[in-house]
Write a protein that binds this ligand. Structure first.
Ligand code: ZN
Ligand code: ZN
Length: 420
């Protein structure tokens, strides 16, 4: 018979697992209680002891695996270059002096909720995340032209999907929010839509200026920045974003950091960072440690606006007054949701903002490449086209990869023919 301490242990084990071994020895009742009498069975005792050892081994293996995964995740978050650097790392004096910095983080012009309380769509189920409705992604490659750099002459531009576009004005090639590899820190997630011609950095001409709107992954692609470095003259970025670029090996002298309404001139072309209503962050602990914004690009020939990511706000009218009117406005128009109504625009908001800016043409961007929200892939352009038609706004909708005139952008319905 096991010693008393082990007997007690096994009795507790059996109780917890609701398992009991019947006693076949009627005589045992004279020496122990009904509860404990099963311990007289030496066969059952050995079997249970073996079970306990197996359970212990499984627990040790599971704990070791959880510990290893936690260490791996912590190391990934700490050292993976894609997360960039702390925004205050290299130019703290300029950040601290910014009106947009409250001593700890950057802030919007007015109160702005990243997640709007109580705004969840009642028709949505959490299952939608795992089993998305048909049409979340196109069922076939998007039609796209093969871009040829020699066709990008002064006064032309080309869109590569989402918010990546390239233009040439006054002899300067300007590349905006270049994302060519991925829009997530985790490899193989947020996969780009297939296109009949996939845009490539190898096809780009030498670039005078790369403009970055903010440090979110669908606008600042660290692999693209590294691959572009050798063909780029300068990187123009909001305050704090330069620290990310420097961590990735971009020389400090190639980086120009700006606050809202500050500008940088390249001869006769002026680049002005404009306010946006959004937020920033690439890791778990650096939210709003870098600034976000849009861009106004004024050359003797053209005046161009790009919204970056932004919720609708009255400042669009002020930007129009100070820096407009614009020949064309590249406006965020996709990845919206009732939950994010203060940091992203609906298509109707985007059209309204384009009007407030005084733009002659409205170019919807932030769609047609990544599936980042709950709506189907072509809903943004269908809603934007309808809203623009109702307000008499010209919508620029060239093919992805098609070089077009900034002063006379094409209006093609290329999305209706794509299978969902
Ligand atoms: Zn963003
Ligand atoms: Zn975005």
């Amino acid at each position: 018979m096991p010693e008393p301490a082990r007997r007690k242990f096994f009795v507790e084990y059996e109780y917890r697992h609701n398992r009991f071994v019947a006693c076949s020895d009627s005589a045992c009742h004279s020496c122990c209680s009904d509860e404990w009498c099963w311990l007289h069975s030496s066969t059952a005792y050995r079997a249970e002891e073996s079970d306990i050892r197996t359970v212990k081994k499984v627990c040790v293996v599971v704990l070791a695996m959880v510990l290893l995964m936690a260490i791996g995740l912590a190391g990934f978050l700490r050292w993976a270059p894609t997360f960039g650097a702390a925004g205050t790392g290299t130019r703290p004096a300029r950040i601290v002096a910014s009106d947009q910095f409250n001593g700890e983080v950057f802030r919007n012009l007015g109160p702005t909720a990243v997640s709007t309380d109580g705004a969840v769509d009642p028709d949505r189920s959490t299952l939608d995340f795992f089993f998305p409705p048909p049409g979340k992604r196109p069922a076939e490659p998007l039609p796209a032209d093969a871009f040829a750099a020699r066709t990008l002459v002064d006064g032309t531009a080309v869109w590569f999907g989402h918010s990546t576009f390239l233009l040439r004005t006054a002899g300067r090639a300007v590349l905006v929010d270049p994302v060519f590899f991925g829009a997530s820190p985790v490899p193989f997630t947020v996969k780009a839509f297939a296109m009949t011609h996939q845009p490539s950095i190898d096809d780009l001409p030498p670039i005078d200026a790369v403009l970055i709107s903010h440090d979110h992954y669908d606008h600042l692609d660290h692999k693209a920045v590294i691959a572009l470095d050798s063909k780029v003259g300068q990187f123009l970025v909001p305050l704090g974003v330069g620290a990310h670029l420097q961590r990735w090996g971009i020389p400090a002298e190639k980086i120009v950091e700006l606050d809202w309404y500050e500008h940088h001139d390249m001869e006769e072309t002026r680049f002005t960072l404009t306010p946006a209503r959004h937020f920033s962050g690439r890791g778990l602990t650096n939210r709003n440690s870098t600034l976000w914004g849009g861009w106004a690009i004024r050359s003797p020939e053209h005046n161009i606006f790009y919204s970056g990511d932004s919720g609708y706000f009255d400042e669009f009218a002020e930007i129009g007054r100070q820096l407009g009117p614009f020949d064309i406005a590249f406006m965020e128009n996709g990845a919206y949701d009732p939950l994010w109504s203060e940091i992203h625009m609906t298509p109707e908001d985007s059209v309204r903002a384009s009007v407030a800016l005084g733009a002659a043409a409205f170019f919807p961007v932030h769609w047609a490449k990544f599936d980042l929200a709950y709506h189907v892939w072509d809903e943004p352009i269908r809603r934007a086209a309808k809203a623009a038609a109702e307000r008499g706004v010209t919508v620029a909708t060239p093919l992805i990869g098609e070089v077009f005139q900034l002063s006379n952008p094409p209006q093609r319905d290329w999305w209706s023919g794509v299978a969902n």
